[in-house]
Design a protein around this ligand. Structure first.
Ligand code: AMP
Length: 196
């Protein structure tokens, strides 16, 4: 099963992706995690994307094409995978559709997690407080100002994916306001339904 998790930054896509990994045994492909690993390793790519990511903008579709097309060729993706925050613009969605079509594959379902922006900012501030209390590092783009910028980038550049996938009949909306387990259950119900 090839599944896309769509929703604004901080909605819980990463948390839910990890639960799906556990339950369904398919890998999570998070371009955010891949790019952060590049930043941390100090690679040429990491240096190129650092400032863009830190200010909350999107890296180029070309970079995403390179890292996603290489990753989905890996053997662990043969049974399917979860694209977590990995499709952020309509050109990226078209590129992934084309890359999959070349292999005779397709996206099965797009789950849109819905939550309101004020609740996301509350969650962010709670997460920052908890990380600081534990002495854990806080991401460079996890501060209220950059977070609000990332929400705007989502509304402007990523939300057009909603009609794109609606047009393909693949979009399923899930309320992201419940507990982690409630949201996980709602996603599970959708996945069971599409598997039939
Ligand atoms: P995330 O962890 O998914 O919120 O991603 C963190 C940052 O990585 C984003 O704010 C972007 O700068 C960059 N990024 C991750 N995925 C993409 C993507 N598919 N397209 C463009 N930029 C991305």
């Amino acid at each position: 099963m090839i599944l896309i998790l769509l929703g604004p930054p901080g909605v819980g896509k990463g948390t839910q992706a990890k639960i799906i990994v556990e339950r369904r045994g398919i890998p999570q492909l998070s371009t955010g995690d891949m790019l952060r690993a590049e930043k941390e390793s100090g690679s040429a790519l990491g240096r190129k994307v650092q400032a863009i990511m830190d200010r909350g903008d999107l890296v180029s579709d070309k970079i995403i094409e390179e890292i996603v097309t290489a990753r989905i060729e890996q053997p662990d993706c043969a049974r399917g995978f979860i694209l977590d925050g990995a499709v952020r613009t309509v050109p990226q969605a078209r590129m992934i559709d084309r890359a999959l079509a070349r292999k005779g594959r397709k996206v099965d379902v797009v789950i849109q997690l819905e939550v309101d922006e004020d609740e996301l900012v509350n969650r962010l501030n709670r997460r920052i407080r908890e990380s600081r209390a534990k002495g854990a590092p806080v991401r460079a783009d996890d501060n209220e100002e950059t977070f609000r910028k990332r929400q705007k980038v989502y509304r402007d550049q990523t939300a057009p994916l909603i009609p794109y996938y609606e047009g393909q009949g693949k979009l399923r909306k899930v309320n992201g306001m419940g507990t982690i387990e409630e949201v996980a259950q709602a996603i599970d119900d959708v996945l069971n339904e599409i598997r039939g």
